[in-house]
Design a protein around this ligand. Structure first.
Ligand code: ACO
Length: 219
């Protein structure tokens, strides 16, 4: 397996990889925003914007050249989450609102920029490994490599919105701490029906962060 940055010439392949892998993400399974093998315009717009930041990393099977996994990384700045919430108001898609509303509101409430006195948060936004390549430590390696990129960027903290128990375990083993635990089944609609009916063992969404060595921080 070879790890490296994602060149623009491979953005389409990354999107193709995500169409076959990311629909397994627990929140998506419960809400059904993206369907296996199909385009998912709203999420793909977000993915492409993140790829264009040039901070993502991919794992490539050297024998076949296939993209086995990706970590899509980007920098978040003060005001970004408020802007994203504003933009969501014009998007008429309940599934999108349910998923991104949950994530954005949790981040807005946390106000990590004030808490950690920084204007730059490195986010590991999407972690995905193709089903044929899972269980071999690829996601762990993508997480470790993303952390190195975050340090090079001079970020004070790296954050993961860990929606899957597996991502939470990966982050814990890499030294991240959870700063917010949200139990999916606590959210009910006006009829008392559970909104995020995630499958066990994915019971929580956790916002996980790791503080990075201060000597490389540039604020
Ligand atoms: N059952 C139990 N534990 C698992 C499983 C599983 N099926 N898969 C991973 N884990 C846990 C284990 O604790 C494992 O560590 P260990 O082997 O030391 O016990 C740890 O996760 C890391 O395993 P990896 O082999 O590095 O993970 P993998 O390469 O298989 O990728 C991933 C995990 C990315 C979650 C993959 O299953 C996937 O792409 N799923 C669909 C998309 C998704 O849910 N992405 C994460 C959403 S959160 C976000 O994107 C920020």
């Amino acid at each position: 397996m070879e790890f490296g940055p994602v060149p623009p010439a491979r953005f389409d392949e990354v999107i193709q990889h995500l169409r076959l892998s990311f629909p397994d993400e627990p929140l998506n399974v419960s809400i059904g925003l993206c369907k296996y093998g199909e385009p998912c315009e709203l999420l793909e717009h977000h993915d492409l914007m993140t790829l264009q930041e040039g901070l993502s990393v991919m794992a490539v099977d050297v024998k076949t050249g296939e993209i086995a996994g990706v970590a899509l990384n980007g920098i978040s700045r003060p005001g970004d989450v408020e802007k994203a919430l504003e933009e969501m108001a014009s998007i008429d898609n309940l599934q999108f609102h349910r998923i991104f509303g949950l994530l954005h509101n949790a981040n807005k409430e946390l106000d990590l920029f004030t808490k950690y006195d920084t204007d730059k948060i490195f986010e590991l936004r999407i972690l995905s490994v193709g089903s044929n390549f899972r269980g071999r430590g690829l996601a762990k390696e993508l997480c470790v490599r993303s952390e190195l990129i975050a340090e090079e960027c001079g970020a004070k903290i790296i954050k993961v919105d860990a929606t899957s128990l597996f991502t939470q375990k990966i982050c814990e083993s890499a030294g991240f701490k959870s700063i917010k635990d949200i139990r999916y089944h606590d959210f009910k609609d006006e009829n008392g029906k559970i909104i995020y009916n995630t499958e066990s063992p994915h019971d929580f969404y956790k916002v996980m962060i790791k503080e990075l060595p201060s000597k490389k921080n540039s604020g």
